[in-house]
Structures are given as C-alpha cells and as structure tokens.
Design a protein. Structure first.
Length: 94
C-alpha cells in the first residue's frame, strides 16, 4: 500500500467518528421533529427533537466504540504513539 494512501486512510478514520455522530444526531433530530409535530407547545417540540438527536448520537458512538473494540488492528492505526515510544516509532518509520 502506498504511504500516501495509508496516511489518507488514517486521516479519514479520524474524521469518520465525528461525522458518524453528527449524521446520527441529524437523523435523530429529523425523526424527533416528526414526532414533535404532535405536540402543541414549541418548547416541548424542541425538547423532544433535541432528546431524540442526543439519543441517536450517543447510540451511534456507543455502537462505533464497540465495533472498534472488536477490531483492534483498526484501532491501533488511529492511535498516536506514547511519548516513551515516540522515538522508536520515528526510527522505525525511517
């Protein structure tokens, strides 16, 4: 695998977690807004929509963390080396 592709995959992996949580929150907000239209008070509508968005975002992150724990080789690519291992990691890369 070319080095530039490996770096690109690491960056995309780092960006995938917040994008996943954001998109799940967006879907939750949309679903919550559909449910909230059944209420008459605007504050209740906002609370229902925000609660659905929060719930969906946390569920998505919970599933993502469980997935990453099951595939530790993927997780190891996204971790920065510890300070004590930093010099060895730099020497190994050269």
């Amino acid at each position: 695998m070319p080095r530039w592709l490996a770096h690109l995959l690491v960056v995309l992996g780092w960006l995938l977690t917040p994008v996943l949580a954001w998109s799940a929150s967006y879907v939750g907000l949309w679903a919550g807004a559909l449910v909230a239209t059944g209420f008459t008070r605007p504050v209740t509508m906002l609370v229902v929509a925000a609660a659905a968005a929060t719930l969906c975002g946390f569920i998505a992150l919970f599933i993502w963390v469980r997935f990453m724990r099951r595939v530790p080789h993927l997780l190891s690519h996204h971790m920065a080396p510890r300070t004590s291992e930093e010099h060895r990691a730099v020497a190994a890369a050269d």
